[in-house]
Design a protein. Structure first.
Length: 545
């Protein structure tokens, strides 16, 4: 055994992959529907660190993982982060999450004072009770230059309070539902515009028979339905027409629409009847459905309306696949590298459209590593700049904040001149996971050296403090949001999962509600909550210090 530990201590890369090999399988195990995910690598790293204090990954390797993870996270979160400031329900949900996280920060600050926690333990408690590894990464980076305790204290506090960040909100959701005696199914059905969980996208053909529908344009039809559907080709007196926004419907037209079943029923009510004839099949001699990968960097960041496909090429984009998500394409849909678009067009247009979109799976999966390196270098340089604070203190964004901020800005603008800074979805996901894996493994080995100093009662104290902090956040979201902001518990389940940045909580909320409302709220809140936790964790570290 000692010779094995000596081998690991002498070869850091072997240690890294040993930690991953041990921790990853445990992260996939589910207990009561929840799993640790990649956070299991932190616990695996701690186990190795406990066995021998020499088993620590080199700091530059951990910093590399941290910088790559947070920069790519910023790029990926930018669209949702800036959309969070729009008016409407999304803004209310984000303001609620902001208030809840602020309350959780204050609660953590007070508990740290009462329990005598050092700054790193306090910030680690906040990160763990919020089940957010990004915040822990920022805390450990910020704490490197501060004489406020052992760096591993933050990771230990995170690990001990992490279970509370998942179990606490689950219990709070059940308690609030029973307190207000809410029937989740009835509550969802009463919401304006609510539709049952969406099935897979379908293509239905309709015959225009209602007098009120005659003369309507494509734009007017979609506006009247108030749903996300796409109009495909039209069969008009044995002639196939690719509609533009101003194309008007005529009686007896056969029209194809793409959308969910509920949305398509609304189209049927407007136009008249669903036709038994599928013109997709009858028109194969003239039209075909093509699928293209978006690999042309010149299209990234542009919306479909700007391409003028119906007028220039007689083509319509009906659906877009991005990662595992398939959604109806509209004129406002912004293209990203790696998207796969479904296009209805004449057969002779295939070569032209393939050239327009790029249609190279290899190119759509490759990242522009020059742009990636420039963005990361800018973020790391920004992190070194000292920022003055009141009281003569200085604050640096560091290896965490600099890349995250630059990633958000570049992700918002997509491209600057000829440089395209967005990363294809698959590449972005792989880089984020790689960075997080390296960071968590390194942070775990650092924490392992501190763990033997923690007594049994201290373990329970951190778990209890984590439950209190997570409980404060949960009650602000659920109780205040339901009672004073008029939001439904169906929506608030997703807001809470987004505020906690935990997909396990989203799975729990979706299982309770049996609809898509939690997922919609989660997508709205998650980007802003992720960035806020990174900032608040660092501020908490400074306040306690």
């Amino acid at each position: 055994m000692q010779s094995f530990l000596d081998l690991l201590a002498a070869h850091p890369l072997l240690l890294l992959f040993a930690v991953v090999a041990v921790g990853y399988p445990f992260g996939r195990l589910k207990v009561a529907g929840a799993s640790l995910g990649l956070s299991a690598l932190l616990f695996a790293g701690m186990a190795f660190g406990v066995m021998d204090p020499r088993l620590r990954l080199p700091e530059p390797l951990t910093q590399f993982g941290l910088a790559v993870f947070l920069y790519c996270l910023g790029l990926a979160s930018a669209p949702g982060f800036f959309a969070a400031f729009h008016r409407g329900t999304a803004l209310r949900q984000n303001l609620l999450a902001l208030g809840a996280l602020g309350a959780g920060t204050v609660a953590c600050l007070l508990l740290a004072r009462l329990a005598g926690l050092n700054p790193l333990e306090a910030a680690g408690l906040f990160s763990g009770s919020g089940a957010n590894a990004s915040a822990l990464a920022a805390v450990m980076d910020q704490g490197r230059g501060m004489a406020v305790g052992r760096l591993g204290d933050a990771a230990v506090a995170y690990a001990l309070s992490f279970p509370a960040g998942i179990l606490g909100p689950m219990l709070a959701f059940v308690a609030v539902q029973r307190w207000f005696k809410v029937d989740l199914a009835a509550e969802a059905a009463a919401l304006p515009g609510y539709r049952p969980p969406r099935e897979a996208l379908e293509a239905w053909t309709f015959r225009v028979v209602r007098e009120e529908a005659e003369g309507l344009t494509k734009r007017e039809v979609i506006a009247a339905i108030g749903a996300r559907v796409a109009m495909g080709r039209i069969l008009r007196k044995a002639e196939y027409v690719v509609p533009t926004s101003d194309t008007r419907l005529m009686r007896e037209d056969l029209v194809v629409f793409v959308g969910g079943a509920e949305e398509l029923k609304a189209v049927e009510a407007l136009l008249g009847e669903r036709s038994p004839h599928e013109i997709d099949r009858r028109g194969l001699e003239a039209f075909e459905d093509f699928r293209f990968f978006v690999s042309n960097a010149a299209l990234v960041g542009r919306c479909l309306r700007e391409l003028h496909l119906p007028s220039l090429h007689g083509a319509i984009v009906s659906r877009v696949r991005r990662g595992d998500q398939v959604f109806v394409a509209t004129g406002d849909t912004v293209l990203e590298l790696g998207d796969r678009v479904r296009v209805v067009a004449r057969r002779e247009q295939r070569t032209v459209l393939a050239r327009l979109f790029g249609d190279s799976y290899k190119a759509s999966s490759e990242g522009d590593f020059l742009a990636l390196s420039l963005g990361l270098a800018a973020g790391l340089a920004l992190g070194l700049v000292p920022l003055p604070l009141p009281g003569g203190l200085t604050f640096r964004l560091g290896i965490s904040g600099g890349p995250l901020l630059v990633g958000l800005v570049l992700g918002r603008f997509t491209r600057i001149g000829r440089w395209t800074f967005t990363v294809p979805y698959a590449t972005s996901l792989a880089l984020r996971q790689l960075g997080l894996v390296v960071f968590l493994a390194g942070a775990g080995t650092v924490a392992g050296a501190s763990l033997p100093r923690i007594s049994g009662p201290t373990l329970l104290i951190f778990l209890g403090l984590g439950i209190v902090v997570a409980g404060v956040v949960s009650l602000v979201v659920l109780w205040w949001g339901h009672r004073h902001m008029g939001l439904s518990l169906n929506e608030l389940g997703g807001v809470l999962a987004g505020a906690q940045t935990q997909s396990a909580l989203l799975d729990f909320a979706s299982a309770q509600t049996r609809n898509e409302l939690p997922a919609q709220s989660y997508a709205v809140v998650y980007p802003l909550a992720t960035v806020l936790k990174v900032v608040l964790a660092q501020l908490l570290l400074l306040w306690v210090a």
